[in-house]
Design a binder for this molecule. Structure first.
Ligand SMILES: [Zn+2]
Length: 137
């Protein structure tokens, strides 16, 4: 072994606030999130996310950020091996947005819509890609 062990750091941490064990399918209704279309025509999971997308498009137009991406995905590997779920899919984090600001990649997600095991996925992603600036907004 050696190299990265994504579980090493998280063992010392206190549990994340909120309820990470709430069922994923309940998240949409429970928090009143309503699918909303942004000015660029994407269908977003909530009004807040669509508003943020509009802001990010303005920032990109003004040159403050570049390379805006929707729903970037990060597939997990540990020591070079894919982390496979029982359903045959590779474990992953899907965030709301990614972009480059001042030469550094930023990944953004909104707190508020807490889906099952999001805290663990977020922690894994931060550990596996430490060069990225991970922001919960
Ligand atoms: Zn959008």
């Amino acid at each position: 072994m050696g190299g990265r062990n994504p579980f090493a750091a998280s063992r010392k941490r206190a549990p994340a606030p909120g309820n990470p064990f709430a069922p994923a399918e309940a998240a949409g209704n429970k928090y009143g999130a309503k699918k909303t279309t942004c000015a660029a025509g994407h269908l977003h999971d909530s009004k807040a996310e669509a508003r943020r997308c509009n802001e990010l498009h303005l920032l990109q137009r003004g040159g403050a950020i570049v390379g805006l991406e929707q729903q970037p995905e990060f597939k997990f590997t540990v020591d070079g091996r894919p982390v496979m779920l029982d359903n045959g899919q590779q474990a992953r984090l899907r965030a709301d947005f990614a972009y480059v600001e001042n030469g550094r990649k930023v990944v953004e997600d909104r707190k508020g819509v807490i889906v099952r095991d999001f805290p663990l996925r977020w922690a894994l992603a931060r550990t596996l890609w430490p060069e990225i600036d991970w922001r919960v907004v």
